[in-house]
Design a protein around this ligand. Structure first.
Ligand code: UDX
Length: 441
């Protein structure tokens, strides 16, 4: 008989995981403590923008015409306990207020509610990103007869469905062959397609996630540090990245210089990793992450300075600044720790009249920064602007017509914070184009 799966927490990770498990053929029950989320998901609606996710949900949520009916949602822990052979814990672990460490309260609460209701023989699988050592501690909370495994998630926003259905690797921390066997059964389809399946202990599984994200953050800050040097020396970081990227030991991915990384993962994960290493007495090993973090934050300030220079040098007072992009990356509506909004906010707080446009992030941006100006289109945002800032590399912005934009701005000055626009195109249309880590003309 096929395994029955539950997914605890239906945010980014959980909603995607639940839909993917149903797609793989399992009966799935998703739980969230927020009733509104459950209502939405039960109607086949996704509380955030993620390409392909709503379509996938609609194919499986029970009660939707033509669906497989394999996916249901609930707020009842009893129902979850009675239903599941395998319980995936997918709640979030944000940064603690005023501290580097991560806030484990949602994970702890989930285990607290799950432990009393799990059936004998069931497997609880942690997917949340947690400080190393958490799994050992959480295992103690489960009743005898239930077992824990740790299976970190590597999904990228914007590619969440693809990354979950066709992961580039599966990592499972287990304490028994039985747990490994169950997880091989859950992931039989991707394993069959060739996804590597790495079996390890709890601490290693937890560390794989934080070290992977630290490596990615380091790669981005490395190229942004090179951008700083290029700016000082008159070099071109885009050419430099291309040239070093041909060395396949280095690789060309994650070498896009600009205003740096943001989002709900990389910034908080490197900070939580430093905090945890400190607790373990291994803080020296990760002091470089402090530098990675400051290089990253410095880029945001640098963009503000470039913008100030572009509007005349001394102040933003009375200047109109158009900001294209609010989300932390394209194909997402997520504005958590978004470099784009951070820059927009700084300029606004310094007296600039900022107007923001983003293809999907407007509602979330408005909620976070209600005092910024917003426009419904890119053209609307740049109308009358003294400078245009390109801060999130949506395809829509690459396809803009520089001549059409230039017809409505006050000045034809564009600063490319993502090194994603074609300088030749913009300069040919009479724009002053400047980008980070590249020569001025
Ligand atoms: C990241 C990890 O990639 C993923 O494996 C993990 O599971 C969760 O965290 P995500 O937060 O969705 O995923 O975003 P990612 O694609 O990694 O981008 C993070 C940030 O880095 C974005 O703000 C992006 O704009 C920036 N970035 C990325 C750069 O500035 N330059 C690059 O070359 C690449």
């Amino acid at each position: 008989m096929s395994l029955k799966i539950t997914v605890i927490g239906t945010g980014y990770l959980g909603a995607t995981h639940a839909a993917a498990m149903a797609e793989l053929g399992f009966e799935v029950l998703g739980l969230d403590v927020v009733p509104e989320k459950i209502e939405m998901l039960s109607a086949g609606k996704v509380p955030m923008y993620e390409p392909g996710l709503e379509e996938l949900l609609a194919q499986h949520v029970a009660g939707i015409e033509g669906s497989s009916g394999r996916l249901r949602f609930t707020t009842s822990w009893e129902e979850v306990g009675a239903f599941g052979d395998v319980h995936f814990v997918c709640v979030n672990t944000p940064q603690k207020h005023g501290e580097y460490a991560c806030d484990m309260s949602y994970v702890d609460a989930a285990f607290g509610s799950l432990a009393p209701v799990v059936r004998e023989g069931s497997l609880v699988v942690g997917k949340s990103t947690v400080p190393v050592g958490s799994a050992d501690r959480l295992a103690e909370l489960l009743p005898e007869g239930a077992e824990l495994a740790w299976n970190p998630e590597f999904l990228r926003e914007g590619f969440a469905v693809q990354d979950t259905l066709h992961p580039d690797r599966l990592v499972v921390g287990v304490r028994s062959e039985r747990a490994e066997k169950i997880l091989r059964e859950v992931y039989a389809t991707p394993i069959g397609e060739g996804s590597p399946f790495v079996v390890t202990d709890f601490p290693t599984a937890e560390l794989v996630k934080t070290s992977a994200n630290s490596f990615l953050a380091t790669k981005i800050s490395f190229i942004n540090a090179m951008a700083e040097v290029c700016e000082a020396a008159g070099g071109d970081v885009v050419k430099l990245a291309e040239a070093i990227g041909y060395d396949d030991r280095i690789g060309k991915k994650f070498l896009r210089a600009g205003i740096g990384f943001g989002g709900g993962c990389l910034p908080k994960d490197i900070r939580a990793f430093m905090a945890r290493a400190g607790e373990l007495g291994a803080d020296q090993a990760l002091t470089f992450l402090r530098e990675v973090d400051s290089i990253n934050m410095r880029r945001r300030g640098h963009m503000v300075e470039l913008a100030r220079e572009a509007v005349g040098g001394d102040s933003f007072l009375g200047k109109r600044v158009a900001v294209l992009g609010a989300t932390f990356k394209p194909d997402s509506d997520d504005v958590r720790d978004s470099p784009a909004l951070n820059v927009a906010g700084q300029i606004h707080l310094q007296g600039g009249q900022v107007t923001v446009y983003d293809p999907k992030g407007m509602d979330n941006a408005r909620r976070l920064f209600p005092t910024l100006g917003y426009a419904d289109t890119a053209l609307g945002a740049v109308r009358g602007a003294d400078v245009v800032l390109h801060l999130t590399e949506w395809r829509e912005f690459r396809e803009l017509d520089p001549a059409a934009l230039g017809a409505v701005t006050a000045e034809r000055v564009i600063l490319d914070g993502r090194n994603a626009l074609d300088p030749v195109l913009w300069r040919e249309a009479g724009w002053t184009y400047r980008a980070m880590g590249r020569p001025a003309a």
